[in-house]
Design a protein around this ligand. Structure first.
Ligand SMILES: Cc1ncc(COP(=O)(O)O)c(C=O)c1O
Length: 414
């Protein structure tokens, strides 16, 4: 199928937040990389859980059984979302960062002193901090550099791999610059080093179909609030792998994957909402089963988002005083996330002036602090980031461009 302007207009009706006005005009939500809005179907699924099935797990009574079944159903949907063969490959947690920390502690306990982990300068701190923390246990953490255009320096990446490399942790898409690294080449080099490959798919998941079989990685992390769901961290692990790791859990808790890395009582309502988010995305696709509809829909939505972001990328760089950062759109793949700076204005000044005009974008480093430091933009307050999702229109980008022209123009005159 395809997803075009008319589909976008139709989908906007599903998102109650998009009805909000500011000074009489609709608010423009171009802040998606920090979290998407939720369609009514997801909001209903969450409130429906609380209305009818709210209970703790493994009870011998109806609502507890229904709750267990609803969580299992959500795991199945999330498995389909990432292309996993089985729901037993899907572990859940509070958010991606929390799950990454739990996994890092288990991996750290399995590794020996002097073993090495490679991270990148492009990554969000959530895929750096947990691994850097393992240095306290004698693990060596090496960082692959980022080039000025926001791509990973692949020569440096290769240099960081040694016979002691046990894990490579790298992003599938940068939340700051829209870079989509060459995961095929990264996997080839990682495998040649005999290491595990973990990918951060948090920014990738809302924009591209995920297929863990094709990606052929060992661990994949994503976060449902970036793809129209609530706050739930999702970990896919290669079958059998989690079982080998000394995960921390209570003795009363299941020792089996996927549960063995999950601690305490999960947020069942949010998990149900995450499953509903997958259903919502799939509802825009065609195919004989859920997986086929997800792939169809995400592919079509990706193309639509790319078109809107490309127009912004092309036009915004034509505004005097504006600089675009990150890789060009001629890359084989690029996320529809565009970051800029405006001469004479800090990123916060630009974002707050846009906010006054009802255009919501983020400013700063978005926790991709190493990437922003590498670009030398820390002192200017980082970047002004625009993210395009399925519900964003070309007209909204037009409003953003118009506002930026005024802001950049007044900055030049000042
Ligand atoms: C690329 C990327 N990785 C990881 C994270 C952390 O995700 P969470 O907020 O679920 O911990 C984010 C959040 O912004 C992100 O954009």
């Amino acid at each position: 199928m395809s997803f075009d302007r008319t589909d976008c207009e139709r989908c906007r009706g599903d998102f109650p937040a998009l009805r909000r006005k500011h000074d009489g005009r609709p608010l423009v939500y171009l802040d998606g990389p920090a979290g998407s809005q939720m369609p009514s179907a997801v909001i209903e699924a969450i409130s429906g859980y609380y209305r009818s099935h709210n209970a703790n797990h493994h009870g011998a009574f109806p609502t507890s059984r229904e709750s267990d079944e609803a969580v299992l159903d959500a795991r199945r949907k999330l498995a389909a979302f990432v292309g996993a063969g089985n729901w037993r490959e899907i572990s859940l947690g509070q958010n991606m960062t929390t799950v990454a920390y739990s996994l890092s502690r288990a991996i750290g306990a399995a590794f020996s002193e002097g073993d090495e982990i490679v991270i990148t300068a492009l990554d969000h701190e959530a895929n750096r901090g947990p691994w850097l923390g393992l240095r306290d246990h004698g693990i060596v953490v090496r960082e692959a550099a980022m080039l000025p255009n926001g791509l990973i320096d692949m020569e440096d990446f290769e240099r960081q791999l040694t016979p002691r490399t046990k894990l490579v942790a790298v992003t599938l898409a940068s939340n700051a610059l829209g870079t989509v690294p060459d995961s095929t080449e990264i996997r080839r080099l990682t495998r040649a080093a005999g290491a595990w490959l973990l990918v951060d798919a948090v920014h990738y998941a809302p924009h591209f179909p995920i297929d863990v079989q094709e990606l052929d990685v060992d661990f994949l992390l994503c976060s449902a609030y970036k793809f129209y769901g609530p706050h739930v961290g999702v970990l896919w692990s290669r079958p059998g792998l989690l079982q080998q790791l000394p995960t921390e859990h209570l003795r009363v808790q299941s020792d089996e994957a996927p549960y063995r890395i999950e601690t305490g009582t999960l947020n069942f309502a949010a998990i149900v909402g995450a499953g509903a988010a997958v259903d919502y995305i799939a509802s825009w696709g065609e195919g004989r089963d859920l997986r086929a509809r997800i792939v169809d829909a995400t592919g079509a939505i990706a193309e639509y988002e790319h078109g809107v972001a490309l127009r912004y990328w092309d036009e915004v760089r034509g505004i005097p005083g504006v600089t675009g950062w990150g890789p060009d759109f001629d890359q084989e793949r690029r996320a529809p996330t565009v970051s800029i700076t405006v001469d004479g204005r800090t990123a916060t000044e630009v974002a707050s002036q846009l906010g006054e005009r009802g255009v919501q974008v983020w400013d700063g480093h978005f926790y991709a602090v190493r990437a922003v430091e590498t670009l030398g933009l820390e002192e200017r307050g980082g970047l002004v980031r625009t993210g395009v999702l399925m519900y964003n229109t070309a007209d909204e980008v037009g409003r953003l461009l118009e506002a930026l022209e005024a802001i950049a123009g007044s900055s030049r005159r000042a």
